[in-house]
Ligand binder design. Structure first.
Ligand code: THU
Length: 134
């Protein structure tokens, strides 16, 4: 996916800024995500934890579910910001793969340093996708 440097920077900025809304009183690991639709809209998400721990949800899935629930299904990139440039979990990779293996995944730490900038198909090779069900 050909993202302009301006779009890439804006997406990273949005992921970094939205981290402040993370509700993570248990792990203290704040995650912010910013998802870019093909039409150019950005949906943000944060991790939202729960005292019943497994009920918690990751930032990436919040961003994707927000977007899908507003009618969006075509995504070109997602920026993910954490303290240390941590990588998205397997469940989030699978949810992203439902919509596009070509989606660009940009992982940054809290200073905005890019740890990974690669298409989802590199993070989730041999994915199970909707094509497997036809
Ligand atoms: N987390 C995310 O939000 N995204 C990921 O892909 C990895 C983990 C959250 C879940 C939990 O709230 C905290 O980070 C620590 O696992």
């Amino acid at each position: 996916m050909d993202l302009t440097q301006k779009t890439r920077s804006e997406l990273i900025e949005r992921a970094l800024n939205t981290r402040s809304f993370s509700y993570s009183p248990y792990s203290h690991y704040a995650v912010g995500a910013a998802l870019l639709t093909e039409s150019g809209k950005i949906y943000t998400g944060v991790n939202i934890e729960n005292s019943a721990y497994p009920t918690s949800i990751c930032a990436e899935r919040v961003a994707i579910f927000k977007a899908v629930s507003e009618g969006e299904r075509s995504f070109s990139a997602i920026a993910i910001a954490t303290d240390n440039g941590g990588s998205p979990c397997g469940s989030c990779r699978q949810v992203m793969a439902e919509f596009s293996l070509q989606m660009q995944v940009i992982i940054v730490d809290d200073s905005g340093r890019v740890h990974l900038d690669a298409p989802l198909e590199e993070l989730l090779p041999h994915a199970f996708t909707p094509d497997d069900l036809v």
